[in-house]
Design a binder for this molecule. Structure first.
Ligand SMILES: Nc1nc2c(ncn2[C@@H]2O[C@H](COP(=O)(O)OP(=O)(O)OP(=O)(O)O)[C@@H](O)[C@H]2O)c(=O)[nH]1
Ligand SMILES: [Zn+2]
Length: 207
């Protein structure tokens, strides 16, 4: 279960959002919703479920595309004047920061992002979206236009009863350092990415 712990306005360089902090009674983690505008329960609301990535979101890492995806989502919500971003505390696809950095070290020795997780004894994607479903319910969002390339995220929301009215491709932030990472996501994790410009992971000299 989640409980709303606090809320306030949050002016950002993208526009003014309403920030709500929830706490999960299961694990005590603080979860964040940033929203803008108003909606009716029947409206299809522009949404992004963003998984925490300290390295990409905050530290400017080029090993992934998270920072740019986060900014792009907030900018898009602000441009439309309505929508919600859930900032989900599931760092490293749910394995936590230290394990993600261990996975990076294995990637530096040649493993791809999926193999590295498996070597550490984790599933390739350890996330669960139960808390996101509760947050959507709290926000009275039952129908979404979802910014994502991840088919498992879509399936998890649909299984939870959310109506995905539209899937908005959310591809941005490609660079030479994350090219093989994105390629592996498309090939092994089924992400809907246009990789026509990318080389296969085996030919890439970067992680
Ligand atoms: N375990 C692990 N996690 C990673 C790695 N690179 C990024 N992450 C985490 O992956 C999460 C982002 O998930 P992605 O699979 O990149 O994308 P997604 O959010 O599922 O899909 P989109 O909605 O299409 O962006 C964040 O929590 C990152 O910290 C990695 O190499 N290993
Ligand atoms: Zn990232």
């Amino acid at each position: 279960m989640i409980q709303l712990k606090a809320e306030s306005l949050l002016p950002t360089r993208f526009g003014q959002f309403r920030m709500q902090v929830f706490e999960s009674t299961e694990d005590g983690k603080e979860q964040v919703a940033l929203s803008m505008g108003e909606w009716q329960p029947s409206d299809a609301v522009l949404c992004r479920l963003h998984s925490e990535c300290l390295t990409g979101d905050v530290l400017g890492s080029l090993r992934c595309d998270c920072g740019q995806q986060l900014e792009h989502a907030l900018a898009r919500i602000a441009a439309e004047g309505q929508g919600a971003l859930l900032y989900l505390r599931q760092e490293g696809r749910g394995i936590g920061l230290a394990n993600k950095i261990r996975a990076y070290a294995l990637q530096d020795q040649g493993a791809d992002t999926v193999e590295a997780n498996e070597k550490l004894g984790f599933a390739p994607d350890h996330r669960d979206y139960a808390i996101a479903l509760e947050m959507l319910k709290f926000l009275r969002i039952a129908r979404v236009r979802l910014m994502t390339n991840n088919p498992r995220k879509i399936a998890a929301l649909e299984a939870g009863g959310v109506d995905i009215v539209e899937r908005l491709p959310h591809q941005c932030g490609a660079n030479p350092h994350n090219e093989s990472y994105l390629f592996t996501k498309a090939k092994k994790l089924g992400h809907m990415l246009d990789m026509s410009q990318a080389r296969p992971a085996s030919q890439s000299d970067e992680n």
